[in-house]
Design a protein around this ligand. Structure first.
Ligand code: ATP
Length: 248
């Protein structure tokens, strides 16, 4: 059997309802025996699954069931309270619109910064720079501070950079929904290419058509648990049955 590219074991994370999640020194020493305090809740617990290289996984569930949180854990931008996520490859995350981009820096500087953080040399970025900007269609805004771009433009440049990285694992959260239809189609074409090239994809979406288009496998999160991990068609059937969503 192929070695998994991602291995998730007994993963759990909890948050506070009333306040931004912050860990204290005391928490660090309290270890995994620590129990939830009032106002705390588990976003999910006991999640375990392996992902083989080249798999395309759709994460399904109602609002607030932990889909984005799972992607953030895979990206390593947040840490679990229980269990672990082992990722045996670099990850290119397209999660949250502004994720990774620095508001005050220009588009150009952000492209160099993000690509650099993912291991591209200056020369490699320079060689791909025009292509990145052309794909995003934001040639006139290269020297504009990122914060002054429209939300759709922010997504364009973020997708364009992420899609040019050579990282084997790609995470795509709902951000693409912000882009206009023509751009979204262009992104989807690029995702198809990346999948054909053997990349591994985690895709969070509420759009059933998109989930069926890209994903072979689904992970359904509900009420703090992994309810079903199986072929995407089965996972969507179960989700629709649970919540009376009409089948398209
Ligand atoms: N940093 C945080 N601090 C406190 N609570 C958080 C934090 N991040 C996520 N949560 C909570 O964790 C739960 C899961 O959130 P998450 O964004 O992962 O859900 P989701 O399934 O992606 O939802 P949606 O479909 O609405 O995007 C929610 O109740 C959310 O309020």
């Amino acid at each position: 059997m192929t070695e998994p590219i991602i291995s998730v074991t007994d993963l759990g994370i909890h948050f506070r309802r009333n306040k931004a999640r912050r860990r204290s020194f005391k928490d660090l020493f309290a270890g995994s025996a620590r129990r939830s305090r009032p106002g705390e809740f588990w976003a999910f617990r006991n999640l375990s699954f392996d992902v083989a290289p080249g798999e395309a996984i759709g994460v399904v569930g109602r609002n607030g069931q932990g889909k984005s949180t799972l992607l953030k854990l895979v990206a390593g931008v947040i840490l679990p309270d229980e269990g672990r996520v082992r990722v045996n490859a670099g990850v290119a995350p397209l999660i949250e619109i502004t994720g990774g981009f620095v508001s005050d820096l220009s588009v150009r500087d952000n492209v160099y910064l993000t690509a650099g953080l993912h291991g591209m040399t200056k020369a490699e970025v320079a060689a791909r720079f025009d292509e990145i900007i052309a794909f995003a269609e934001i040639e006139d805004f290269v020297d504009t501070p990122y914060k002054h771009l429209s939300s759709g433009m922010k997504v364009r440049i973020a997708f364009s950079v992420i899609a040019q990285l050579d990282e084997p694992v790609i995470l795509v959260d709902e951000v693409l929904a912000v882009g206009d239809k023509a751009f979204r189609e262009k992104c989807y074409g690029r995702i198809d290419e990346l999948l054909s090239a053997g990349r591994t994809l985690f895709f969070v979406s509420h759009n059933e058509r998109d989930l069926r288009r890209f994903c072979s496998r689904g992970i359904y999160l509900d009420k703090g648990k992994l309810v079903l991990d199986g072929p995407i068609a089965d996972v969507l059937d179960r989700y629709n049955a649970d919540y009376n969503n009409p089948t398209p």
